[in-house]
Write a protein that binds this ligand. Structure first.
Ligand code: GFB
Length: 315
């Protein structure tokens, strides 16, 4: 049974920072069914890398709630190739938003991180208290350090100013509005596009990166948005909260499911010159489950639904 909400969104002004991204767009869809006013700011209104623009936007718009879904994101190769961009841009965006929110008297702020904040060899499923207990995965340590700094910002502002700033760490996400660029995307959209194009060309093989043995947990972005709104309403605390499905698959199993959904019947081959990244990344869902939330969209259904979106919008 879901516990009674601690925070009432009704009548609140909610700014979704990063509304054009996959998570931000899902949050707009989800928040549409709450009785709140949604605020958005395009880059022309506020470039969140710029402190003065961020402060001006927040002092003028005066939201009650801020959700930090704005970030520089990408898959394993993008993270590994552009470490400066991932570290610098994410640090700037989160620091600007958190400080400007304090100045503007924002009552509640939700910072979004990622499951890559945890040590490369963290015990599985990964509990929230594994944070900072070991070395990070080298391919994404830059992004991870920036996201850990974001958690620490929320904690520091809570400690020093008594601000109700909280953090949630979503697992690997997929769904509508994902990035389908093969160089910079995550594995799910990459495999969807590869399988689709291989089917159209009549290829006999589809190439996946790495050994296919790493295991990843996936969550549909609409489930993620629902979980985030649940956390916003039901949680106020110092520790961050994992947002996951509680289940993982190997990359090879994911590729097989993808080929099945898309209808590609060829062979899967491996390009082991590409990195595997962390061997396994399954988060414990216990804290969120204890708050009365569970995901609704199974992996195969979620892939099939996303493929329909891909066909309608990207193919
Ligand atoms: O999704 P992904 O890029 O990111 O890759 P991470 C997951 C796994 O899928 C890796 C393999 O083992 C990849 O080698 N893979 C197989 C592929 N084929 C492909 C492909 O065609 N494209 C891609 N991209 N991968 C990211 C982090 O890590 O996950 C970020 O770098 C962030 O910082 C994000 O945390 C959620 O799960 O390895």
């Amino acid at each position: 049974m879901p516990s009674e909400a601690l925070y009432d969104l009704a009548g609140k002004r909610v700014w979704v920072a990063g509304h054009r991204g996959m998570v931000g767009a899902a949050l707009l869809r989800r928040l549409a069914s709450e009785n709140c006013e949604i605020l958005i700011a395009g880059r022309d209104k506020a470039d969140l890398m710029r402190q003065a623009e961020t402060e001006r936007w927040l002092s003028e718009s005066r939201p009650d709630v801020v959700i930090v879904a704005a970030a520089k994101v990408g898959g394993i190769l993008a993270n590994d190739t552009y470490p400066a961009d991932f570290l610098y841009q994410n640090l700037m965006i989160e620091a600007n938003i958190v400080e400007a929110s304090r100045q503007a008297g924002v009552g509640k702020l939700l910072f979004l991180g990622s499951s890559c904040i945890y040590p490369k060899f963290a015990p599985q499923p990964i509990q929230e208290d594994s944070l900072l207990t070991g070395p990070l995965e080298p391919t994404n340590e830059w992004y991870a350090i920036a996201k850990i700094a974001g958690i620490k910002l929320a904690q520091a502002y809570r400690k020093q100013y008594g601000a109700d700033y909280i953090s949630a760490m979503p697992t690997n996400l997929y769904g509508p509005e994902d990035n389908f660029d093969l160089q910079s995307s995550h594995v799910m959209p990459a495999l969807m596009r590869k399988a689709h194009e291989a089917k159209l060309r009549g290829d006999s093989t589809l190439t996946i990166w790495g050994t296919g043995t790493p295991r990843r947990e996936f969550l549909h972005v609409d489930d993620c948005a629902d979980g985030l709104v649940h956390v916003l309403k039901h949680y106020s605390g110092y520790e961050h909260v994992n947002i996951g499905s509680g289940e993982d698959v190997s990359i090879l199993e994911l590729a097989e499911t993808m080929c099945d959904v898309v209808g590609f019947k060829g062979e899967i081959v491996k390009d082991t010159s590409k990195p595997d990244g962390t061997p396994r990344k399954l988060m414990s869902a216990d804290r969120l489950r204890a708050m009365g939330w569970a995901p609704k969209i199974g992996l195969r259904d979620g892939i099939a639904q996303t493929y329909q979106w891909f066909l309608a919008n990207k193919a």
